[in-house]
Design a protein around this ligand. Structure first.
Ligand code: ATP
Ligand code: MG
Length: 327
């Protein structure tokens, strides 16, 4: 059964256009002009129970917008969205008790109160029993090693400690579905890893279905077998992380070790030379020409060793993120 099902989801924002200055303000007050921002444009995908899927794409691609629609904070402009059989924007109580949205850039913890107070508040809101509450809090604070800061006001905590508490607060009611929007943003690598392990464990232990956005490829590589890549509100890839190269890698890297010096011009005639440090030469070769180029190299040059590599997923994603691959 599909836990999450998104079909032709479109979400436009209306943004008021305002010229600068007072006259601009007056103009827009009496004759408002709107611009339409197509944040999400005809998205379709499904998630099965227990999947942990990376939802990635460049800034402004529409990730947060999609997560907000899925968690019932925004109405879709058009299209169908169903999560656990509910329509999120109807904000059914049972539905809201079954999900959680965590945003790394926003906090839900009460700033002047210690985290344990927010946990208690969420316990009441979500009607969690005393027993369950105790179990969840002690288990999670132990896993994240933050027993000692539960009674410290949030404003005195480090970013990493706060993020750990944010996660626990969001999980007090043990949601079956989690939307994680950049949960590791701004954290150092050690803290990122701690949170990743925690997310992985939550996913494994409760068979929770998780959709996660992150700009850190390490998060995606460690946690997600499947990724959905979106750009300008549209899905450009949905599939396994390991197969991304097949769709986006345009080149392969050939490393040559030469047995003796050669005329580099003649090498450049065969393919693009990226780097030379005799006796090693690195070449950039279009994927569809690899066998042809390799044959020529072996035939024409004194090759002592030859190695063919795929582009790294990390590099490919970086290219997609920076827009070069797609523009
Ligand atoms: N409340 C809003 N009103 C108007 N436009 C918005 C609003 N929220 C987002 N947008 C616009 O919608 C588009 C998608 O934004 P969204 O926040 O979903 O992107 P994102 O993929 O989460 O980006 P990032 O990686 O930077 O978080 C952007 O062009 C953004 O400027
Ligand atoms: Mg975002």
């Amino acid at each position: 059964m599909n836990i999450i099902s998104v079909s032709h989801l479109t979400k436009y924002y209306q943004v008021l256009q305002k010229e600068s200055g007072l006259s601009g303000s007056l103009k827009s007050l009496f004759n408002p002009q709107y611009n339409l921002v197509k944040a999400v444009n005809d998205l379709s995908f499904t998630l099965q129970q227990g999947e942990l899927v990376g939802f990635i794409g460049p800034n402004g691609a529409g990730k947060t917008t999609t997560l907000k629609v899925l968690s019932g904070l925004l109405y879709p402009t058009s299209g169908e969205v169903s999560v656990l059989g509910f329509t999120p924007f109807e904000r059914n109580n049972t539905y809201l008790k079954s999900i959680s949205l965590v945003m790394g850039q926003k906090n839900q913890l009460w700033w002047d109160l210690p985290p344990i107070d927010t946990f208690h508040l969420n316990k009441e809101i979500y009607e969690v029993s005393d027993q369950e509450f105790q179990r969840t809090v002690s288990e999670m604070t132990h896993l994240l090693n933050i027993e000692q800061i539960l009674k410290t006001p949030v404003r005195k905590l480090s970013l990493g400690q706060r993020m750990k508490c944010e996660l626990i607060a969001a999980l007090i009611h043990r949601p079956q579905v989690l939307f994680l929007d950049e949960p590791t943003i701004g954290l150092d690598v050690v803290m990122q890893k701690t949170l990743r392990d925690f997310i992985k464990e939550y996913n494994r232990k409760y068979q929770a279905t998780i959709l996660l956005t992150s700009h850190y490829m390490e998060d995606v590589k460690e946690l997600c077998k499947r990724v959905i890549i979106i750009d300008k509100g549209k899905i450009i890839y949905d599939g396994s992380l390991s197969k991304i190269t097949q769709k986006f890698a345009t080149n392969k890297k050939i490393t040559l070790v030469l047995a003796k010096e050669i005329d580099l011009k003649s090498l450049a005639q065969v393919t693009e030379v990226k780097e030379i440090e005799f006796p090693q030469v690195i070449l950039n070769v279009p994927r569809n020409k690899v066998s042809q180029v390799t044959a020529k190299l072996l035939q024409k040059f004194p090759v002592a060793d030859l190695n063919i590599e795929e582009e790294q997923i990390e590099d490919i994603i970086r290219k997609i993120f920076s827009g070069r691959e797609l523009s």
